[in-house]
Design a protein. Sequence first.
Length: 361
Amino acid sequence: MSQQTLQRQRTDLLEESQQVEVALRQSEAKFRRFAESNVLGVYVADFNGAIFEANDAFLEMVGYTQDDLSANQMNWANMTPPQYVQLDQQAIAEQKTQGVCSAFEKEYYRKDGSRVPVLFGCAVFDAEQQRSIGFVLDLSDRKRAEAASVLEERNRIAREIHDTLAQAFTSIIVHLDVATRKLTIDPILAQECIQTSYDLAQSGLSEARRSVTALRPLYLEDGDLYNALCQLARQMFAHSPMQLVFNQEGTPYSLLPETEHHLLRIGQEALMNACKYAKATEIQLSLRYEPAQCVLQIKDNGIGFALDSVSDTVGSGFGLLGMTERAERIGAQLTIQSALSQGTEILVWVNQDMGHSGNLS
């Protein structure tokens, strides 16, 4: 091989080396700009847990400072709760064989001892020194949203079970009371009341199961809102001396399923209150379809109550808070008018544009 050829090869190698060095510097500069942008947490560490560099996003995430980092007070292994150690070990094994690890969820201990949920991924950048770059995304907001969603679902199930089972139990108590009083003087009626109580228990259990799985109430599946309310009231007060007066005004139009669902439950709660507390002899149920709004009215001629005592009775089983919450969920207005010895009237208005889904054919 000639001297000229050797010189050319040396020159080519030098140029390639310089190009690689430039590329490395450019890559390092890009990485540092990315890390300093604090889009997500970034740190450099070894497989034993020592953290050598970290951006502000990661430090803020875990509650440490650059001074803590400089004082060697940060170690990702010590910052990891015990239940995530195996996941970390798997990540190290993946890095040794593949150079990267699959992203996974874990937690870090903050400096104050609290925990922060994160999505973590990493890649080896210095195999000889077993150092890698970790990328950390704070999942706190997502976890809070998930927790809120779980809480809302629990509250929904609690509301639905309360409404379905409370209605069933109230009706069962009424019928068993009649059966007890009529057992000797009218055994046929007593037997009918007992059978009705059994049917109510079965339907209440079925409806509670449907509520847990967020299915539409059977009353609404079998008919429209007005007929569902009437059917519910008739079932609740069957074999009782309660006078029921039903009225529907205007041209019926369908409402959104959620709107009908909550109106049915509000009506159900109002009927239960009248049954348990009002000592009424007559209940009027009206559903009025106006051009701009749909109005549900339930009125009894019972003993009534002082409105300033509502806050005291909410926790005693009146369910007024539950009715108010349901009205708010569908953008409806709910008012309660009552006075001692003057009965109680519950009105619910829902705007047509909030709950309307078309005319009923």
